[in-house]
Ligand binder design. Structure first.
Ligand code: SAM
Length: 221
């Protein structure tokens, strides 16, 4: 099975999962961080379940939001989820290969950048001044071309192109193990172990319970 086939089947099986639990909290927080800034027309790449799109588009009825993903499964999910929306449009788009008409947008959101082989080529194309929000992981997973152990790693890779305004760490236990996280989430012991593993390993070791992502907001330089 190649990566594209994997994403098709994974999206078909798990599409709704990324819009619930910790991912819902992440999307809600990211929308809050984004809402401090002015924008009127967004493109989102690798939009997966459309969780961020759903929140941002409903909180800002005056904006236009174009959400895209590589897979037919995601696009047909968008049809169901956003088919009646006034301000959301959607299309299939391969971020590593397809042309993007950047002139139509003043904001770029992406929570799947680690899945794109040519992330830097893409970021360099974004027009200066564009509002950028990305969310990047510290853990390896199918399809991740890169991971980040701390915010300095993110600045090292993208800082020449993005002027970061805000970066915030969130925890995102794997969606498939949500039951396990739910069993432990209120446990003091779990929190201590989690904290120690993360800090003692400098965020470089990411076992199941210490998955982290950084929500980043900035402007294209
Ligand atoms: C596992 S999800 C990302 C995690 C999740 N959306 C989140 O909110 O953190 C990865 C998504 O990226 C998409 N994707 C992977 N490669 C892509 C590409 N080259 N262009 C566009 N989307 C891509 C996949 O189809 C999938 O929907």
């Amino acid at each position: 099975m190649d990566l594209k086939e994997y994403y098709e089947s994974d999206n078909r099986d798990h599409m709704a999962n990324y819009a619930t639990g910790h991912y819902l909290e992440r999307n809600t927080r990211q929308a809050e961080m984004i809402s401090k800034h002015h924008f009127s027309s967004v493109i989102e790449l690798g939009g997966s379940e459309g969780g961020l799109c759903g929140i941002v588009a409903s909180q800002n009825p005056g904006i236009r939001y174009h959400i895209t993903d590589l897979t037919d499964a995601a696009v047909s999910y968008y049809k169901t989820k956003f088919g009646n929306s006034e301000n959301v449009t959607y299309s299939k788009l391969d971020a590593d290969a397809d042309h993007i008409d950047w002139g139509k947008y003043d904001a770029f959101f992406c929570n799947s950048l680690e899945h794109f082989k040519h992330d830097l080529r893409l970021i360099k194309q974004i027009p200066k001044g564009t509002l950028v929000s990305i969310c990047l992981p510290n853990f390896q997973c199918v399809g991740h071309y890169r991971t980040f152990s701390c915010t300095d790693d993110i600045i090292d890779r993208y800082g020449d192109h993005i002027d970061f305004i805000e970066m915030e760490m969130v925890s995102v236990p794997p969606t498939r193990f949500t039951w396990l996280k739910n069993a432990f989430v209120k446990s003091f012991v779990f929190d201590i172990v989690n904290w120690c593993m993360f800090h003692m390993c400098g965020g470089t070791v990411a076992p199941m319970v210490t998955r982290r992502k950084w929500i980043c907001v900035g402007r294209k330089r």
